[in-house]
Design a protein. Sequence first.
Lengths: 109, 266
Amino acid sequence: MPNEIEQTIKNVAEKIGKYIEDAATLTVQTDYLNTEGNPDFGQSRSAALTVIKLDGDCKTVVPVRQRDTGPAEIESGIFGLHQQNVSTAIEYRARILHALLEVIKQIRI
Amino acid sequence: MNPGSSPVFQFFDADSTYSPSDLMGVWESDEQVGPVSFDISGSQPVNMQIWRANLPPDVNQAHSYLKAGIKQVELSRQILESVPSRLDQLREELGSGTSFGISDRFQPEAELVEFLANSEARAIGVSFSIADQFDFKVGETFTGLLHRLRNSFNKYAWVETRLGERLIARTAVDWSGDFHTAWTGDLDQAEAGLHSRTLRLALKTRDVLARMILIIARATVKISLLLSSPITAPLALPAAYKYVHAIMADQELIAFIRNKEHLNAK
C-alpha cells in the first residue's frame, strides 16, 4: 500500500511537470455540424480556432461569410459561441493552475 | 427532477467510484452512461470522464435546471471554504484545554471530537490488530482520494448536452484545458447557451472536487496533530474525510448561506 501511495504521488508530480510544459499554449477549437439527415459528430467541420501562447501571442481563425459585394462578414453566431468557449477555457486554465499550485504546497508539507 | 428515465446530470468515470457528495449532489454517477463510440475527431476517446446533461426539450426549463445545478455547486464551494477556519477554531478550543467530552458544538465538530476521543481511548488499550485493520481502510480511502484527484487533472472531460432527444453539442476538454467543441449548426442563441452552461457546470464541479480533496488532505494533517498516539494517527484521514463531508451536508449551514444570499439579493 505505501508503494501504491508513493506511485500515485509520483504520478501527480510528473503530471504537474508535464502540465507546466503543456500550459505554454491554450487551444480552443470550435466545429460545426450539418444537422440535415443523421448528424454525426465525427464529421464536424472546423469553424473557428484560437491559440493563445504563454508569451502573450494570440492567433484566431475567424469564421466569415462571403458577400457578393464588399468585404467578407464575420459569422457572428458561431464566433460568439467560440468566444464564450475561449473565456471558459481561460478561466478553467487559471483554476487548474491554481489547484496544481495547491497540490505542490501539499506535497511539500 | 428529470422528465425522462435518465438523470438530468449524468457522470461516468470508468475506473473510479464517486459518492453523491463527491459530485456535489448534482451529478449522478452512472455506469451506463458511456463510453461513447466516437469522438469529435472520429476516433475512440480513452481515459475520459463523461459529463452529460439530459435536458428537457423546453429551453427555459432546461436553463432553469442548469442554473440550479451551477448554484448548488457554488454553494458547495462556499461551504467547503468554511472548513479550514472551522477546524482551526476547533483545534484552538481543544488546544486551550477544552475536553473532548464537551458536546455544545455543531454536529460535524461534535462527531469529530467524539471520533478523536474514541480513538484515544482505543490507543490506551493498544490493539495492533485494530490498528492494522484501520490502516487497511485508511489506505483505501487515501488511494481513492488520490485517484480521484489524479483523474481530475489527468482525464479528458467529455461534456455533452442533450436537448430532448437531440445531442446538440459536445466538448472535449483535455487535462491542460484545451477545448474542442462541436455544435450542431441549427441552434439559436438560447439553445447554444445551454451547452455553455453545461460546460461551466461540469468544469466547476471538477474544480470543486479537486479543491475538496486538497482541503481533506490539509484537514488530515491538522487532525493528525490532535492525535497523540502513532497507532491512531492514520485515523486522521478517515476522520478528515468524514468531517468535510459532514460539513458539506450540514443543512443548517446550507440554509444559512441560502438565506444570506436571499437577503443580499433584496
